[in-house]
Design a binder for this molecule. Structure first.
Ligand code: NAD
Ligand code: IPM
Ligand code: MN
Length: 367
């Protein structure tokens, strides 16, 4: 049988820097655990634009549809700020999500013990924190029509449309309820049913799906209150199910609870393929971090933990995913810190590749 296939799209800014560490880790699993992958690499975002004039080449899109999983670094950067909207780096990522139909974006926010003191919240509020945000990823205001900038009278108007069908809300809800069943069996749905019709429909559909999951305790929250509750008492949440835009914002917010955006992985999952595993793209929640790109300062943990999610959700290697997550935990417990995980007066940070060295040493020690 051939090896499982992995397409790596490192992208822009710190994307290639953090992905280089993941490549070393993929190599480690091949050498030490007999887990070989057929790895191919390609361009996305600004890097693809520089070569092809588009942020995602059709051949790359086709390849992404064929592989067992895609691993993405980050896209975007100031170099591309002036580009036409249609070819901006971010359009490449959005095309991947849309055409692969990756409707369920899993964004776990877990606080590693070693970082509890470092969170912007009090230690007791975040220690042991384990939230799973499920963000609907292929619809809502990111994709709704009509959209654009139009002339209206003597001025211009910018339009985006929040649009959700029942089936779009339902399939994401089922993914979220399925996860809740494997966790603490609590699900909080967030929308703004007080001001948006799409929110009213969202709430109705979630309640309908809930009937199939009688063991799951369901609650509803307006998303603005949800943002407040996330920083007031985050441990009240288990699974949060929310739309594309609210999920984008709430997950950045949840990231800081764990210490740094540089720690937060994500999995974007679609419908099952012929092999029963979901179509999937794994990526850190953070972006290309132009302020530190090229300096070897980036924290590779979010990208490494995204590969751990790939091991779990695409390759049925939950045990190896646990091993990799434990290696991250050990390295943090040993006090190894990239700059984003240090207080201003906190000593000397390690570089991206030194963090990679420490992770490989921790993996070796796990054998
Ligand atoms: P960002 O996530 O790139 O950076 C926000 C802040 O977090 C910066 O100060 C950055 O230095 C820090 N940071 C992020 N990741 C880090 C890491 N791994 N290690 C250490 N520090 C880290 O968000 P931004 O500045 O708003 O966006 C920059 C570009 O990235 C934009 O073009 C944006 O569109 C794009 N972006 C891409 C993705 C993606 O590819 N999935 C996600 C978010 C933003
Ligand atoms: C994210 C990013 C993306 C989003 C951008 C880069 C398209 O912020 O993955 O969180 O808005 O979804
Ligand atoms: Mn975001």
């Amino acid at each position: 049988m051939s090896n499982p296939s992995l397409l790596i799209l490192a992208g822009d800014g710190i994307g290639p820097e953090v992905m280089a560490q993941v490549q070393r880790i993929i190599g480690w699993f091949g050498d030490k655990r007999g887990l070989k992958f057929d790895v191919s690499e390609d361009l996305v975002g600004g890097a693809a634009y520089d070569k092809h004039g588009v942020p995602l080449h059709d051949d790359t899109m086709a390849r992404a549809q064929e592989v067992d999983a895609v691993l993405l670094g980050a896209v975007g950067g100031p170099k591309y700020d002036e580009l036409d909207f249609s070819v901006k780096p971010e359009r490449g990522l959005l095309r991947l999500r849309k055409e692969m139909d990756l409707f369920a974006n899993l964004r776990p926010a877990q606080c590693f013990d070693a970082l509890a003191d470092f969170s912007s919240l009090k230690t007791e509020l975040v220690s042991g924190l384990d939230i799973m945000i499920v963000r609907e990823l292929t619809s809502g205001v990111y994709f709704g029509e009509p959209r654009g900038i139009f002339e209206e009278g003597n001025e211009r108007v910018g339009i985006n449309t929040q649009r959700y069908t029942e089936s779009e809300i339902e399939r994401g809800a089922r993914a979220a309820f399925d996860l809740a069943m494997k966790r603490d069996k609590r699900l909080c749905s967030m929308e703004k049913a007080n001001v948006m019709e799409s929110g009213i429909l969202w709430r109705e559909v979630v309640n309908e799906v809930a009937k199939d999951y009688p063991e799951v305790e369901v609650s509803h929250m307006y998303a603005d209150n949800g943002a407040m509750q996330l920083v007031r008492a985050p441990k009240q949440f288990d699974v949060i199910y929310t739309d594309n835009l609210f999920g984008d914002i709430l997950s950045d917010c949840a990231a800081m609870l764990t210490g740094s955006l540089g720690m937060l992985p994500s999995a974007s999952l679609g419908a099952p393929m012929d092999n029963g595993r979901p179509k999937a793209l794994y990526e850190p929640v953070h972006g290309s971090a132009p302020d530190i790109a090229g300096e070897g300062k980036a924290n590779p943990c979010a990208c490494v933990l995204s590969f751990a999610m790939a091991l779990r959700y695409s390759f049925n290697e939950g045990g190896e995913a646990d091993r990799l997550e434990a290696a991250v935990e050990k390295v943090l417990a040993d006090g190894v810190r990239t700059g984003d995980l240090m207080q201003a007066d906190g000593g000397t940070p390690v570089s991206t590749s030194e963090m990679g060295d420490a992770l490989l040493a921790a993996l070796d020690a796990s054998l």
